[in-house]
Design a protein. Structure first.
Length: 403
């Protein structure tokens, strides 16, 4: 019998309110008259109702998308090459033009839905949608669009994480500070601390970073034209401080500890080696074929697009949640470091994005790709910054920033 549990209406309303009145708008919430596209899987239907209500109360205009469960596998079993490459451009361009914000709820009834499906077919179907991502990025970089992602717990996700559904939801509630009377007030305090860390890191003028841990000795180039970023409401929860590095200066090896659910498959015990900025060795204890196929998606999928650190004092996440949104923000006991293979965040550029052309991004090592896959390490680590003036400074140790 499938376990049934739904959090109280008060908790779900708090959750929806946090996303609409805080996460969207980069910590400021939506404005009256703005359009919010709400994407919710069928298994998270109660959240759809709460989100629509929150948008209406905030004076916004909701567009609802209820996404059916359990239909993805059949698509890949039946679709021919033309169908795999189909891109509904007019529909998606119209959606981007129409919406001011987007909320996506992460939830699933089957974390292993695509196991056994040819990984090449999965990668092929994702490639055409790079255009959709670029349209969104262009609007976001112009300051006219924001988005957020949050998690809704299901029995299958809880089981995968080794918890009851009630225990799983207790972790979500704790991580998002929904147990407080005023979660938004707490999140504003967290944003202030994230902002302090970002400014402090920017002021150090870091040339490169070196991460040292078990089976890990990785160097990542930063460069002077970068700036550090925080979650800014894009993910709830998000405690990370991150940057899009110069991919060309990535060298060394790194061991990852957290399981990765990607393209309907489980990938675990990932180990990567980099040379001249690209992956030259990729191993995994499970799902290695999916990992390697992802790395072959395009030229940028074997390069680093993001480097991130989380301070354990900010995050209340202490358990594996079988979902990257949470697992990339784990706090206890060692904080975490994660990188993303693939697309870089262009808002990590310290100059005027509007003046940049494609060739300009290439010249300064901002990676581009159809993929962006976060892989997480919770190993006890030390991070050393090599500064432009030739000095060295430890910036992260024992799961905490020391700046």
């Amino acid at each position: 019998m499938v376990e049934q549990y739904v959090p109280s209406q008060e908790i779900l309303d708090k959750y929806a309110d946090l996303l609409v009145r805080f996460a969207l708008g980069s910590g400021k919430g939506i404005k009256k008259g703005e359009v919010v596209n709400i994407q919710v899987p069928e298994c998270a239907r109660p959240m759809l109702v709460c989100l629509r209500r929150a948008v209406l109360k905030a004076g916004g205009n909701p567009i609802m998308q209820l996404l059916p469960d359990g239909v993805t596998r059949e698509f890949y079993e039946i679709a021919n090459e033309d169908q795999l490459n189909f891109f509904p451009g007019k529909l998606l361009k119209g959606r981007v033009d129409e919406m001011d914000h987007n909320i996506y709820i992460e939830a699933t009834n089957d974390l292993h839905e695509l196991e056994g499906i040819d990984s090449k077919k999965v990668m092929e179907a994702h490639k055409p949608f790079k255009q959709y991502s670029e349209w969104r990025d262009e609007k976001e970089n112009a300051g006219k669009f924001t988005w957020t992602i949050a998690l809704y717990g299901t029995p299958e996700m809880a089981k995968e994480a080794g918890m009851s559904l009630k225990e799983y939801w207790e972790e979500i509630i704790k991580a998002c500070y929904l147990d407080l009377d005023d979660p938004i007030k707490k999140w504003k305090e967290l944003f202030d601390e994230t902002e302090r860390l970002m400014k402090q890191l920017d002021s150090l003028r870091i040339d490169k970073l070196r991460v040292i841990a078990k089976d890990t000795d990785l160097t990542v180039g930063i460069d002077k034209n970068r700036k550090w970023l925080g979650g800014s409401g894009r993910n709830i929860p998000s405690f990370e401080v991150f940057i899009s590095p110069d991919w060309r200066k990535t060298e060394g090896k790194i061991r990852f500890t957290e399981k990765l659910y990607r393209y309907g498959n489980l990938i675990e015990d990932v180990y990567l080696e980099f040379k001249n900025g690209g992956v030259v060795v990729a191993r995994a204890g499970k799902g290695e074929d999916v990992l390697k196929e992802m790395i072959k998606s395009d030229e940028g999928s074997k390069r680093v697009g993001e480097f991130s650190l989380t301070d354990k004092r900010m995050s209340r996440i202490s358990k594996f949640m079988a979902e990257t949104l949470f697992d990339e923000n784990v706090g206890q006991p060692n904080g975490n470091c994660h990188i993303a293979l693939g697309k870089a965040y262009r808002d990590s550029y310290a100059g005027d994005i509007k003046k940049m052309k494609k060739e300009d991004w290439d010249k300064i090592g901002f990676n581009d790709s159809v993929v962006h896959t976060d892989i997480v390490s919770t190993l006890d680590k030390k991070v050393i910054a090599y500064l432009e003036d030739g000095s060295e400074k430890v910036i992260y140790e024992n799961g905490m920033f020391v700046i």
